[in-house]
Write a protein that binds this ligand. Structure first.
Ligand code: UDP
Length: 364
């Protein structure tokens, strides 16, 4: 049979396009080289705890359209992400807000005092003239917070020094002069009740899905009209222009016979010496009451073939190479790229869905 759409990758981008295509009466085959759907939002239920197998995913968006859309596939539980930071045993609230500032500085209790303290530590950098992540961070929060809560974490995460990274990465984190530990500025936030896998399953309802199968396995064997490709764009072109770099993560997961290991879903370890960046305690995403717990340590690593590419490396060298692949991609007929890997972009889940809906609007 001939499918209208072959979708490579059963993550949020692929699942959104699949759903939209099915709604229009198209036939859809979704393939994924992993043994499960959901891409990196995949959750696995272990004795009642939904484990975020590829790291913490907290859905957040300010888009009414995206929020309405995902609520068509899942009920969200109202979880608000408020990670803690651990710097050599000192504990701080994230994101950068009055709770952080009061703990950091003994002589700060008011927003004006916090602003004055930060202003005394910006080394002449301003958010507008900052050329890299280091300058941007110092211009926003001063040197004390940069040294304790940003520098070590960022250099572990990216294995690049902060003056070689683009400023926008640190803009992901809110900065507030109120006592508000919500990690996101989004209007809506939560975790799908029953896990992300169930949500993606609902999105894919009606599509043919084949797992443990790569695009190369089906190339020339499956007949289809249009191709949606959410794998790595450099991989699609056989790395003909060179390899894009990605960061990956190694996850170390353990089941512990205690009902509460750290009292919070996410604790970031922001010093340079601790080899992992965060510990996730999965049950807290869903207010779990189990007598045991499951925790995951995240160790950032450079990507190499056979590992999962999670984050595009947003430096100039890679951005330039991506643009060359993009030009090749634009010349392909009836092939559309999307998702973090297909677009080589550091997208959150809501942006991924929004991008997919935009594409669906154009091509369907
Ligand atoms: N970051 C930091 N300290 C933290 C958390 C984040 O310096 O405790 C910086 C770091 O550069 C990181 C970026 O902020 O790469 C974005 O963090 P986010 O939590 O958005 O990363 P993600 O959840 O996408 O891995």
């Amino acid at each position: 049979m001939k499918y209208d759409y072959l979708i490579v990758g059963a993550g949020l981008f692929g699942a959104t396009i699949a759903h939209e295509a099915l709604k229009k009466g198209k036939t859809v085959l979704v393939i994924d080289e992993r043994g499960h759907i959901g891409g990196n939002v995949y959750t696995e239920n272990v004795d009642g705890i939904n484990v975020h197998v590829y790291g913490a995913h907290i859905f957040h968006t300010s888009s009414d359209k995206v929020w309405d859309y995902v609520n068509g596939f899942a009920t969200f539980n109202g979880f608000i992400n408020s990670p803690k930071a651990d710097y050599h045993g000192e504990r701080y609230d994230l994101p950068f807000n009055m709770n952080t500032f009061v703990k950091m500085w003994n002589d700060v209790t008011t927003p004006d005092q916090a602003k004055a303290k930060i202003a005394s530590q910006t080394m002449g950098y301003t958010p507008e003239n900052a050329k890299n992540l280091e300058e941007k961070a110092i211009s926003l929060v001063g040197t004390d917070i940069y040294e304790k809560l940003i520098k070590g974490y960022t250099e572990k995460q990216w294995d690049r020094s902060c003056d070689k990274l683009p400023p926008f990465i640190i803009e992901r984190l809110p900065l507030r002069f109120t006592f508000d530990n919500n990690y996101f500025n989004a209007k809506y936030q939560g975790i799908p009740v029953g896990g992300y896998t169930k949500m993606v399953e609902n999105m894919l309802c009606g599509a043919d899905v084949q797992l443990n199968i790569s695009y190369n396995d089906v190339r020339g064997k499956v007949d289809f009209g249009k191709l949606i490709y959410t794998g790595t764009i450099d991989g699609y072109f056989g790395y003909s222009l060179g390899k894009l770099e990605y960061r990956t993560l190694r996850f170390e997961t353990a089941r512990l016979e205690t009902n509460d290991f750290q009292g919070n879903a996410v604790v970031n370890y922001t010093d340079r010496e601790t080899p992992f960046t965060r510990i996730i305690e999965h049950k807290h995403f869903e207010f779990g009451k189990q007598p045991f717990t499951i925790v995951t340590r995240e160790y950032p690593e450079e990507y190499s073939f056979g590992k999962q590419p999670y984050y595009p490396v947003n430096d100039k060298k890679n951005a330039d190479l991506y643009m060359k692949y993009r030009a090749l991609a634009d010349r392909e007929r009836d092939v559309f790229f999307g998702g973090r890997l297909g677009s080589y972009g550091y997208f959150d889940m809501d942006k991924t869905i929004e991008n997919a809906l935009d594409l669906a609007g154009k091509i369907l």
